[in-house]
Design a protein around this ligand. Structure first.
Ligand SMILES: Nc1ncnc2c1ncn2[C@@H]1O[C@H](COP(=O)(O)OP(=O)(O)O)[C@@H](O)[C@H]1O
Ligand SMILES: CC(C)(COP(=O)(O)O)[C@@H](O)C(=O)NCCC(=O)O
Length: 450
């Protein structure tokens, strides 16, 4: 039906522009052609009479708005939360959002082709949103698209497309909502799938500001769905570090994660959650700690005056934690042999900082490194105890704390290996912090479980 409307529209527009027929005749023709839409009002014809060159757009808008009213029919699909679901339309922008304590992760699925079935205005808005998201890698001052993580030729709900990975600080949510409103998101979709604490916290704001409903999914269900899907679709997703303490030999090595169970997930976001996973659907949250990525960044900002995660990591890369921490050798003068504690092991994090003299000599870089080592070692130690308790030997570390953070990954790899006498393995995934967002998108489209 819409194809016919569009063709007729093109033709009538041509007639008006060329002034072959009067706009009134066109008005009658259109109304005759589109009895289904109902008669246009006379005042809606005025733009046609006043501005022949934009009449196509005007007509499209008028017809599209009539059409969109018609789509509020009882056959509109309903999603699992009982929300009217226009997002299942294959051409609509598909988004999954993981709104965490620090970062909002937005995954956008771009179908290979914009398919049939939308009105001209909808198609225009879809194209604008697609162009805006895929032609830029930065959005405003704080939004970023992680282009290196982009996944081409993946299928969701039988449709081929590309997954784009975008993040912005959660504290910028108001600006994001204004942008979504400006870009006409609510005209296209009525529901967006969301997970993370912010899916609850910001639910009312989405409704009030953009008239969008959130289809909410549990963050750990989403995380697992996302991990399984991405690992299936990306052969080089999972890796480990060899020779983590030797810079000259240290390397990333691909790991075949096709038979993954059982495994432990350590999700290092603002805080840390530890999950034991026994099958695609059987898992439990066994532990957690509030000393996570948020703690690292918060303490680093306090101690060094830095303002961003990237700055904090940059400082840490140039620092030496031994100027801040007290090592076993500072206490024993060497190794504590009886219990296998080497002299260069940290005995007490920040243990030197009670000395005024030491404090006067310490650099910002040293403090950043010591903060990173403290938080990472603590997480490694908790992960190891959890793995021991659950008798699991593969530990998968994820979360954006590991973004651009090889120091932490190598420390975790070394700690897991050393303290388990080589029986446990630390694994890492390329899409670090995006699994929740992918998982909730898939759950909305009921694809992830396959
Ligand atoms: N650009 C960034 N801005 C803020 N924190 C970042 C950034 N990149 C990495 N991080 C780290 O990632 C953590 C958040 O990780 P994430 O997995 O997104 O958790 P959450 O879901 O709690 O937001 C932060 O606490 C910080 O340590
Ligand atoms: C509350 C959270 C699940 C929220 O997830 P996040 O936004 O940090 O990724 C997480 O911060 C957490 O598990 N914190 C640790 C709580 C504890 O076990 O002490």
């Amino acid at each position: 039906m819409e194809l016919i409307i569009n063709m007729a529209l093109e033709f009538v527009t041509f007639l008006i522009v060329c002034q072959y027929v009067s706009p009134f005749t066109c008005y009658m023709i259109i109304n005759l052609l589109y009895k289904k839409i109902g008669f246009l009002r006379r005042k809606q014809l005025i733009p046609l009479l006043m501005a022949p060159h934009s009449c196509k757009g005007c007509l499209r808008d008028i017809i599209a708005s009539r059409m969109s009213k018609k789509t509020d029919s009882p056959d509109t699909p309903m999603d699992i939360n009982g929300i009217e679901d226009t997002s299942h339309n294959p051409s609509m922008p598909w988004f999954g959002m993981d709104i965490g304590g620090s970062l909002c992760k937005l995954v956008y699925f771009e179908p290979k082709e914009i398919l049939r079935g939308e009105s001209a205005t909808e198609l225009e808005t879809i194209r604008n949103i697609r162009r805006y998201l895929t032609k830029n890698s930065a959005y405003g001052k704080t939004g970023h698209r992680d282009m290196h993580l982009q996944m081409e030729n993946v299928k969701i709900r039988g449709i081929m497309g590309t997954l784009h990975f975008i993040r912005f600080p959660t504290c910028e949510m108001r600006n994001f909502l204004s942008l979504a409103k400006y870009k006409g998101m609510a005209k296209l979709v009525s529901t967006v799938s969301a997970t993370g604490g912010g899916a609850y916290k910001f639910e009312e704001d989405f409704k009030r500001e953009v008239n969008l409903k959130l289809a909410k999914f549990d963050e750990f269900d989403s995380l697992l769905t996302g991990i399984h899907y991405i690992d299936r679709n990306n052969p080089s997703e999972c890796y480990y570090w060899t020779d983590a303490t030797d810079e000259s030999k240290c390397a990333k090595v691909n790991y075949d994660f096709s038979s993954p169970y059982p495994f432990l997930i350590v999700n290092i976001g603002s805080g840390v959650s530890v999950l034991a996973v026994y099958s695609a659907t059987n898992y439990k949250r066994i532990s957690g700690t509030s000393l996570g990525g948020g703690t690292f960044l918060g303490l680093c900002c306090l101690l060094t005056g830095c303002n961003t995660f990237e700055e904090a990591i940059g400082l840490a890369a140039e620092g030496d934690n031994r100027n801040v921490d007290k090592l076993v050798r500072d206490i024993y003068g060497g190794d504590y042999e009886r219990f296998g504690l080497p002299g260069d092991l940290v005995a007490s994090s920040f243990g030197q900082m009670n000395s005024k003299e030491r404090r006067s000599k310490v650099s910002k870089q040293d403090l950043a490194k010591a903060t990173l080592v403290t938080i990472t070692n603590n997480i490694g130690s908790i992960a190891r105890m959890c793995a021991l308790q659950e008798r699991i030997d593969r530990v998968v570390f994820i979360g954006n704390f590991l973004r651009v953070n090889p120091i932490a990954m190598k420390l975790l790899a070394y700690a897991m290996d050393y303290w388990s006498n080589g029986t446990m393995k630390a694994l890492f995934l390329e899409h670090e912090g995006y699994f929740g967002a992918v998982g909730c998108l898939l759950q909305f489209h009921e694809e992830g479980k396959s």
